[in-house]
Write a protein that binds this ligand. Structure first.
Ligand code: T4K
Length: 369
């Protein structure tokens, strides 16, 4: 019999207090108001804005549509510089609007976009830089802002991995022109599906709100091209429920991370991601680099763990530039991405969250030895 008797998934959802959720659902049914800026969405947005210390938080149906709306609201065109080591949605949100994602290499330590590399990709067509705070670790925000300012570019962030994280004491959500969160089921804080755009810019927030709701300024009056990016009341109910348990989720991820850290210390060749302990951090992904000195290749280790019901993932191998349509459109992109390619070939992500306890971490460690 395997030592793990149920399948352990990366991204198994954290689920807050069920009674609280059921209570919200009853309220929704009693009010007969299911979507279109209902009471719960408004309450949720206010609570998120308070938590993040940001002026505006506009919730969305998911993170990808939120990215698309942010890109459109900022009037981006031509080319936008992004990392390749990210979920494909970062690139697709641009390409979907016929904007070319230009892939930039990452910093060896943080795995986030390297500001020194960004400048090499700026052309007359570049309109923006979109950083990704990968695996809970903020980009070098100041350096990216300096590059953006120097070249008159807009700066925004895909913050799908960084809800509840801070940079130099300020919560992620406050940087650049705007930041975009995902509250997908697999994120440590989820609303089933969902997302949000946060900004401290009043005019941009107004535009995003219009674009999210077909461009309606008020009943019967459309002033702008828009889409349907609205969050519904059930998702807001999940968000409000999970917000109440946020501290617990954070603590559990910290506890699991510490257990992994202890375990990986005794295994040569598996290098665990590190976090700045002075900052808020969600520790959403347990990311490990499988080094040459480890006796198995990354893929062989993955196969071994899968056979034991431990569903580790290779997020984000092979990098967006090696997936379609980018692979065909930009066949030589990899030449400028040596660090990305090295990291993408080594990375393995382990399960965490409330579905995992330290006992299970020990069993996972035993399988890695
Ligand atoms: N930007 C970045 C940097 C992102 O990481 C993402 C999303 C986005 C933008 C876009 O945000 P959204 O539009 O999604 O809001 C998953 C998620 O679907 C995706 O949200 C997430 N990033 C990405 C990193 O992971 P897949 O294709 O790997 O999903 P899937 O179906 O393989 O499931 C992932 C794992 O989660 C599996 O091990 C199973 C487990 N799982 C999944 C679900 C849905 C559960 O245990 N329970 C569940 O309910 O993309």
């Amino acid at each position: 019999m395997s030592s793990i008797d149920r399948t352990l998934h990366v991204g198994a959802p954290n689920i807050g207090d069920r009674e609280s959720f059921h209570h919200y659902v009853d309220e929704i049914f009693d009010r007969r108001w299911l979507t279109n800026r209902g009471e719960l969405v408004q309450e949720f947005e206010q609570k998120l804005a308070d938590y993040l210390g940001v002026k505006h938080c506009i919730t969305m149906c998911n993170g990808t549509v939120a990215l698309e709306i942010a890109i459109r609201a900022l009037d981006l065109k031509g080319e936008v510089i992004i990392p390749s080591l990210t979920f494909i949605a970062t690139a697709h949100a641009l390409q979907w609007q016929e904007i070319t994602p230009v892939f930039c290499d990452i910093d060896r330590e943080t795995y986030c976009m390297d500001p020194a590399e960004v400048e090499k990709h700026i052309t007359p067509k570049t309109t923006a830089i979109m950083g990704v705070h990968l695996y809970s670790r903020p980009c070098d925000v100041e350096a990216l802002q300096a590059v953006a300012d120097k070249h008159g570019l807009k700066l925004l962030f895909d913050a799908a991995h960084a809800f509840g994280c801070s940079h130099k004491g300020t919560m992620i959500g406050n940087f650049g022109e705007c930041e975009v969160f995902s509250f997908h089921a697999t994120k440590f804080f989820n609303t089933f599906e969902g997302g949000a755009i946060t900004t401290n810019n009043d005019a941009l927030a107004d535009k995003i709100r219009l674009m999210q709701n077909f461009g309606f300024e008020r009943m019967d009056k459309v002033v702008y091209i828009g889409t349907n990016g609205k969050m519904n009341e059930i998702c807001a109910a999940m968000g409000l429920t999970n917000l109440k348990d946020l501290c617990e989720f954070l603590q559990i991820n910290k506890r699991n991370y510490e257990a992994y850290k202890e375990g990986f210390q005794n295994i040569s060749g598996l290098k665990l991601i590190e976090f700045d302990e002075s900052e808020h951090c969600n520790r959403q992904y347990i990311v490990v680099e499988v080094l040459d000195e480890y006796p198995l290749s990354r893929d062989k280790l993955m196969e071994k763990l899968h056979a034991q019901n431990i569903r580790v993932r290779r997020y984000f191998w092979p990098g967006c530039h090696r997936m379609e349509p980018y692979k065909s459109l930009q066949p030589n992109a990899g030449m400028m991405l040596p660090v990305t390619e090295t990291i993408a070939d080594r990375i393995l992500v382990f399960p965490t969250g409330t579905a995992i306890d330290t006992n299970m971490v020990s069993k996972i460690m035993a399988e890695c030895k």
